[in-house]
Ligand binder design. Structure first.
Ligand code: IMP
Length: 427
């Protein structure tokens, strides 16, 4: 299997970091094609925990080549901070390169992210405030600066100063706030421009040539399908395409390069930020899942909203991503419930709903239709084979498969690399 895309099947935080890290050992190249520092992948390696945001999760494998593709919102501050933290910890590190076509996140994007959120009042999206939306706004508006612009320092300085002037007009006139310090931002970013040079490549050529040479490529998704700007629960979404199509565009190659799509799917559902969530449990069961699963944002520390597994979401995600297999994660978290619910479909105004609706009003009015399964009431975190799983756990996994319409190929029973049960090799 030459290449694999790893997508989040829900609203992000599905435990992709662990699965990617587990599989990255088999990859020659790991590519990120969307999102930016808004992502939060926690990877446990050698007994140590690493929080990665922008840097691909394959970095901890010494032999890997890691790519930040053209579709990523590239934050140089976050990039250097993460590299420094890894070096300080003495983490094993592969090679890393950034696309010359990636758009740059500047400090004014973060300021504007916060100002737009404030302006939305009670209708705020609950963004990570990492400047992702405003950076992609500039890209789509065709006024953004790209990594290649950093290669000519004088030219970069001029372009950046003009952008800061422009943003300051928005900050002052639209929001009535104090302008940002042009000199300070320019000098900081010029310093990043000086340091970035050794990492910059036409990474699309690297990905293409690696594929042609038969190398194994892993496309690493950030966030999840339900946060996709087109396919997610708009407007409570991120500003990129965290779906398999977005990964290849964001890597600068065609979709034919992806042969397998692994949908990383939590054994239950979580969401950070706002927006309807049909299987949400605003009760002691939700609180219990949150505490056992330690469901607090890796990027923002916010408590995540928790609920039962949503088969409608899983089916939708499988369809829009062409998911060929599921990696079911955090299954160990459900080890102390007498019964467990699985949502098979929605009901809207007494009608059965086959497909995930576009209108948030409809989604908010949807009622989950559950199937109740027996819990396994056991610690499965030490189980390493399918055969050794309790019968009730196997039944739950088969019910997930049925609901999603896709086979569960990997089961994760804990954060460590070794806490992984492989039912079918995917890579
Ligand atoms: P933004 O990506 O910071 O603009 O935030 C937009 C929405 O996406 C918010 O609801 C965030 O909480 C959510 N979001 C962004 N990145 C992640 C992630 O990595 N995991 C889960 N939610 C995310």
């Amino acid at each position: 299997m030459p290449s694999l895309a790893i997508v989040g099947s829900q609203w992000g935080d599905e435990g992709k970091g662990k699965i990617i890290d587990y599989l990255a050992g088999k990859a020659d190249m790991i590519v990120r094609g969307q999102g930016g520092s808004n992502a939060g992948h926690t990877v446990v390696s050698g007994g140590k925990k690493y929080a990665l945001h922008l840097i691909p999760s394959g970095i901890l494998n010494r032999d890997s080549v890691n790519i930040i593709g053209n579709g990523v919102a590239f934050d140089p501050q976050g990039f250097f901070a993460e590299l420094e933290a890894l070096a300080r910890d003495g983490a094993p590190m592969g090679a890393i390169f950034v696309s010359d076509r990636a758009h740059i996140v500047f400090p004014y994007h973060k300021t504007l992210d916060a100002l737009y959120e404030k302006e939305r009042g009670g209708e705020d999206i609950g963004t990570t405030l990492k400047g992702i939306g405003p950076c992609y706004m500039d890209k789509i508006e065709r006024s953004g600066l790209r990594v290649c612009d950093m290669l000519d320092i004088d030219d970069f300085r001029g372009k950046l100063e003009a952008q800061i002037d422009r943003k300051n007009r928005v900050i002052e006139r639209l929001f009535g706030e104090e302008p940002l310090d042009k000199r300070d931002i320019t000098e900081t970013c010029v310093e990043y421009a000086r340091r970035i040079r050794p990492y910059v490549r036409d990474t699309a050529v690297m990905v293409y040539e690696a594929a042609k040479a038969g190398k194994k490529i892993l496309f690493e998704g950030a966030q999840g399908a339900l946060l996709d700007i087109d396919l997610g629960t708009y407007p409570y979404v991120t500003s990129s395409h965290p779906t398999s199509g977005g990964f290849t565009t964001g890597a600068g190659v065609g979709p034919g390069l992806v042969s397998e799509v692994l949908g990383v799917t939590k054994a239950y559902t979580t969401r950070v930020g706002k927006g309807p969530f049909v299987t949400e449990l605003e009760n002691e069961i939700g609180d219990k899942i949150r505490e056992i699963g330690q469901e607090y944002g890796a990027t923002t520390g916010r408590p995540r909203r928790c609920g039962w597994f949503d088969g409608v979401v899983a089916r939708y995600s499988a369809r829009v991503n062409n998911v060929t297999g599921i990696a079911l994660t955090l299954l160990d978290v459900l080890g102390s419930f007498d019964t467990i619910e699985i949502c098979l479909r929605y009901e809207l105004n007494g009608e059965k709903l086959e497909h995930f609706p576009a209108r948030l009003g409809d989604l908010a009015a949807c009622r989950p239709v559950y199937k109740t399964l027996k819990g396994w009431n056991a610690d499965i975190s030490r189980v390493r084979t399918w055969e050794d799983l309790p019968e009730e756990t196997k039944e739950y996994i088969l019910a997930v498969e049925d609901a999603a319409g896709v086979p569960v190929k990997i089961v994760s029973v804990g954060p460590g690399r070794e806490q992984t049960i492989v039912r079918e090799e995917v890579f």
